[in-house]
Design a binder for this molecule. Structure first.
Ligand code: NAD
Length: 258
């Protein structure tokens, strides 16, 4: 079998958190095109349902939508129960849900700090842990977490210390889980995207001056597109990446290289 065939994900069972839209939806679409069955997990059940229906319509796969808040252990337990009831196993987890707040550190309230850390770091821990428990029993699985280039550099001009700290935490969490589970068949990696034009960023009027500034700073003079993160995630999800674990993949058009 050639390399492209070996990279397919036919029959694999995958959950994607934050899968209703943006990067999560785009990567879920690539997983479905590669033949995987999907659970689209999101706070926003209406959008998640639309995404799951679209994936089923366009690909010969099964896709379900699950409402869950990744910061709540009971929601994450319920999510895993539904996935196992539907699919009987879990091969890949894309722990991707995240938010950002641009607030100067000296003005940030405790609740604002906690919300970002809860969703971006604790949410990744809870969903990766739930996936890991199932995968360790199976003796196989691949977990992909979404960090950010903000784990590597302090972006300017927007102040986002909670976001930067949460994403740096995701990288070290990824490495820790990869080492703990290395000999038991479970691989854990993360991606660190640069600025990606999602509906959220591109449609927000207040972000337009910032986007212009980021584009001027970027070596490629543009933001990335969600589909430019698809192939790395298909690679990490599949069996051809069997020697890849504990790694962080920076996909940022050389933004952090300067
Ligand atoms: P987005 O806002 O378009 O999508 C995020 C999704 O996560 C939404 O559907 C939202 O409903 C869901 N979500 C938020 N909180 C949740 C919770 N508590 N439980 C379950 N679902 C929840 O964002 P995006 O741009 O697609 O970003 C996805 C991930 O990529 C995030 O982790 C983000 O930090 C990261 N990232 C984004 C960029 C970028 O420029 N867009 C760059 C680097 C990293």
């Amino acid at each position: 079998m050639g390399i492209i065939e070996r990279m397919r994900l036919d029959g694999k069972k995958i959950f994607v958190t934050g899968g209703a839209r943006g990067i999560g939806k785009s990567v879920a679409t690539a997983f479905a095109e590669a033949g995987a069955d999907l659970a689209i997990v999101d706070l926003d059940i209406e959008e998640a349902t639309k995404t799951a229906e679209e994936l089923e319509k366009n690909n010969k796969i099964k896709a379900i939508a699950i409402q869950a808040d990744v910061t709540k252990p009971e929601d994450v337990d319920n999510m895993m129960e539904k996935i196992l009831d539907t699919f009987g196993r879990l091969d890949v987890a894309f722990c991707n849900a995240g938010i950002c707040m641009n607030i100067p550190a000296e003005e940030m309230t405790f609740d604002q700090w906690k919300k970002v850390i809860d969703i971006n770091l604790t949410g990744v821990f809870l969903t990766a842990q739930a996936a890991g428990k199932v995968m360790l029993k199976q003796g196989s699985g691949s977990i992909i977490n979404t960090a950010s280039m903000s784990a590597h550099i302090v972006n300017v001009p927007q102040p986002q210390c909670s976001y930067n700290a949460s994403k740096a935490g995701v990288i070290q969490l990824t490495k820790s889980l990869a080492v703990e589970w290395a000999t038991r068949g479970v691989r854990v990696n993360c991606i660190s995207p640069g600025y990606i034009g999602t509906e959220l960023t591109l449609n927000s009027p207040s972000l337009q001056p910032l986007i212009q500034q980021w584009n001027e700073m970027a070596p490629l003079k543009r933001m990335g597109k969600p589909e430019e993160l698809q192939s790395i995630c298909v690679y990490l999800a599949g069996d051809t990446s069997s020697f890849t674990t504990g790694s962080d993949f920076v996909i940022d058009g050389a933004f952090t290289a300067i």
